[in-house]
Design a binder for this molecule. Structure first.
Ligand SMILES: O=P(O)(O)O[C@H]1O[C@H](CO)[C@@H](O)[C@H]1O
Length: 301
């Protein structure tokens, strides 16, 4: 196990406000993962609930279960296989996380986002994040694809930011800007590709709001979220994106609208995870195609 097993995870902050893996801990994990694949990816893709199929489309596929990586968290949610998949899209090396970590599983924000730092230390410079999300914008339909133009990090705003605790300047500055979290050039290219693919009718551009979960939202909460500018909601993504931007990675984000949020007291439909996974199956192929084209056509950083 290359000495990784024995590492002790440091408690990052003496003030008890956050604890985290040290730079050295994460580097050991990154070096271990690199020994398990021949790929040297500069692009990583985090697959959302029910969206892991993209990883199956890679050529020269190699898989590594999270449980086999020393000191790596494990996935506990249906629809998240819990493994890294390495391979190629065209001639580009990529790595996929088939399954992510959520705060409602009991992981603090920094732990949900720790794979992003591992990726950075492996040489990744561009992060794609995908998720299943509920549509709050009344114009959205089940099966729409939303390019994330910005986010509202609800847990982050309440001090559950993945960067809470001591700051290691080797990753980034103490106070990183989040004004252009989602790369404009990649979004523009994604729009062009989506239009060429005939996806224009179901392509959206919107604001993703992260909530802690795991309970779905009350009607009053949904009305409030719409009022503050939310187009779609979910329980993930923001810790990963904040951590990626902190360490200078380029980020592209996309949500699949798996359900429309019920915002009317007279409507008795209720959201559920099975519906989320079913919709994933319906539109996942289109999402995969768009991401594969984007990876192939984008310029390297
Ligand atoms: O954000 P991803 O992981 O795609 O999953 C979304 O789907 C689940 C709820 O059905 C929640 O975990 C929510 O965050």
């Amino acid at each position: 196990m290359n000495g990784v097993v024995g590492l002790t995870i440091s408690t990052g902050s003496v003030r008890g406000l956050g604890s985290s893996y040290s730079y050295e801990d994460l580097d050991k994990i990154a070096q271990y993962v690199l020994t398990c694949t021949k790929q040297r990816p500069k692009i990583a893709i985090i697959c959302g609930s029910g969206l892991g199929g993209l990883a199956e489309t890679l050529s020269e596929k190699e898989c590594l279960a999270y449980k086999d990586i020393p000191n790596f968290p494990v996935s506990t949610v249906p629809g998240h296989a819990g493994r890294l998949v390495f391979g190629k899209i065209g001639d580009k090396s990529v790595m996929c996380m088939q399954g992510r970590f959520h705060m409602y599983e009991g992981y603090p924000a920094w732990k949900c986002a720790m794979p992003v730092r591992v990726m950075k230390l492996m040489g990744v410079n561009t992060l794609f994040v995908t998720n299943a999300a509920g549509g709050v914008n009344p114009d959205y339909h089940v099966g729409d694809l939303m390019l994330i133009k910005d986010h509202i990090n609800m847990p982050g705003m309440a001090s559950n930011n993945p960067l809470v605790g001591d700051n290691d300047e080797r990753f980034g500055v103490r106070f990183p800007a989040m004004t252009e979290a989602y790369d404009k050039k990649l979004r523009k290219l994604a729009h062009e590709i989506a239009n060429n693919l005939g996806f224009g009718d179901f392509l959206r551009d919107g604001v993703y709001t992260m909530l802690g979960g795991p309970s779905f939202e009350t009607i009053a909460e949904l009305r409030y979220l719409r009022l503050i500018g939310t187009d779609a909601i979910g329980m993930s993504t923001c810790p990963e994106v904040v951590t990626a931007r902190h360490c200078g990675m380029r980020v592209f984000g996309m949500s699949l609208i798996t359900n429309v949020c019920v915002m009317d007291y007279e409507d008795d439909r209720v959201p559920n995870h099975e519906e989320v996974l079913e919709t994933g199956k319906m539109r996942a192929g289109d999402m995969e195609l768009l991401i594969r084209r984007l990876v192939s056509e984008m310029e390297d950083e």
